[in-house]
Design a protein around this ligand. Structure first.
Ligand SMILES: [Fe+2]
Length: 476
């Protein structure tokens, strides 16, 4: 019989805690009007722990579940499924947790080697539709393919054996060529100081892999591409097997290691062509976009002063740290220059987005989530719930915001109105959990008129647990 989850771990309780069901819901109740030209599927990925976990539970280790809102002709259908990873299937058979994905020493003895040999991971972080495949990512493992309609699990995808590393949860797709660029950190094994950059063409064929030595072993969550460069940010969340073996944290914040931005020529770049550009210490999980112009690279980051959610090497908390939209400048014309940065927005921001047709190009419009300060969380490192969607206009500096009040919003995804629509002309989609009803709704906004409120609210009768990232698959 399944055991109850911890009542005190915030990540196992509302609004993060798991739901214990899979379902289909047809023709959801709509308040307002779903735009007739919005056609496709919004996917959300997140952790949804199946059984009472082994050891201390961290949100990053939950079993992946995918939720999908299928939108057509003003109507919305919904379904959700756990991703059937190796871990999920083994535990389903025994009806209990066998594996602690973040601590190999805390697995059932019969599975003590599982974490090091598992090829599926937890598939709980992000999704991407590319090359005719729907991939679910979790940065420590290769991607996992699912059916985009039924959400049924197909299995781990290695690009026909060519991918020998993990895959970041933040691949970038060139809007002109359809090429997908991604990377893996610790590419040649646990805690190795290297990354591998991969390119996959529009047809889904892996065409190129480049291995690069990094200044030190670091956790690299996101990166950027521009028309001419790939930038890998090595920031000091360091990985150390030696530290882990003596009981210390495997990953820790070590600002004295410095920040190094690895700039690789996008076309024809080899490991010898990488240039490491130093920058003052800071941290970012996520980037809004980047572009290069006349040899100067601009990178827009949701930047923290110190990394939240990770301890110092002696296990102490790094304390509260809030992210703000910050522009990094890398001058490739001056081989000795350091990168500089400047905050460009007054509000906190995370989960940044741009119009995907402008990925890597000079751009005007960006979106993010943000707190308004009224909805308080129980997590000390971040005591505000994100209950705002925001739009930032890089041309004017203007900010347009909408607050959901006592609620929490997911990352918001931008969908263009049409392939030929102007930049930013389209819809912003977010999944919002109301603290009073404890149910979730899909909100659809005019992306350039957020303060006007949603065009439509599409209601579920249950909750989508607070997760990480989503994606859009255009309809036909
Ligand atoms: Fe992320």
């Amino acid at each position: 019989m399944a055991q109850p989850m911890s009542a005190t771990n915030p990540f196992l309780n509302f609004p993060y805690g798991p739901i214990q069901m899979e379902c289909e819901a047809h023709d959801l109740v709509v308040e307002g009007e779903v735009p007739a030209d919005l056609c496709g599927t919004l996917f959300r990925a997140g952790p949804n722990q199946r059984f009472k976990p082994r050891g201390d539970y961290h949100l990053f280790m939950g079993d992946g579940m995918v939720h999908a809102f299928h939108i057509r002709d003003g109507k919305v259908n919904y379904n959700n499924r756990w991703v059937r990873t190796n871990k999920w299937k083994l535990e389903d058979r025994e009806a209990r947790a066998l594996i602690n994905p973040m601590n190999p020493f805390d697995c059932d003895p019969a599975y003590s080697d599982f974490v090091f040999t598992d090829k599926d991971g937890t598939a709980n972080t992000a999704v991407v539709w590319h090359g005719g495949r729907m991939l679910v990512m979790e940065e420590g493992h290769p991607p996992f393919e699912i059916d985009p309609d039924t959400l049924e699990s197909i299995g781990s995808w290695s690009f026909r054996g060519k991918l020998t590393t993990a895959m970041t949860a933040h691949p970038k797709i060139d809007p002109v060529t359809g090429e997908m660029v991604f990377f893996a950190y610790m590419a040649s094994g646990a805690f190795s100081p290297d990354v591998m950059v991969h390119k996959v063409n529009a047809q889904g064929i892996l065409t190129e892999s480049v291995r690069i030595e990094t200044p030190y072993s670091s956790m690299v969550h996101d990166f950027v591409i521009t028309e001419n460069y790939i930038v890998i940010p090595v920031m000091p969340i360091t990985g150390s097997l030696d530290r882990a073996m003596v009981g210390g944290p495997p990953f820790a914040w070590e600002p004295e290691k410095g920040v190094f931005l690895g700039v690789l020529p996008r076309h024809g770049g080899t490991a010898e062509n990488i240039r490491w550009v130093e920058m003052d210490v800071s941290f970012a999980f996520h980037f809004m976009n980047a572009f290069d112009k006349d040899g100067v690279i601009s990178v827009d980051a949701c930047q923290f002063e110190t990394a939240p959610l990770f301890p110092t090497p002696d296990g102490k908390a790094t304390g509260k740290s809030e992210p703000f939209l910050t522009r990094w400048t890398i001058d490739m014309n001056d081989p000795k220059s350091r990168a500089t940065f400047k905050r460009i927005d007054e509000f906190q921001s995370e989960f940044p987005q741009c119009d995907p047709r402008y990925t890597g190009k000079e751009y005007r419009h960006g979106w993010y989530t943000s707190p308004d300060g009224t909805a308080k969380s129980t997590i000390t490192e971040n005591d505000d719930f994100y209950n705002v969607v925001g739009h930032f206009d890089h041309k004017t500096g203007a900010v347009d915001r909408y607050s959901f009040g006592q609620a929490m919003t997911s990352e918001a995804i931008f969908v263009p109105k049409s392939a030929t629509a102007a930049e930013g002309e389209g819809y912003l989609l977010s999944v919002v959990t109301n603290f009073e009803t404890r149910t979730s709704s899909l909100y659809i906004f005019n992306a350039l008129k957020l303060a006007d409120g949603p065009l439509a609210k599409v209601h579920l009768s249950h909750r989508v647990p607070a997760g990480f990232h989503g994606g859009w698959r255009p309809g036909v």
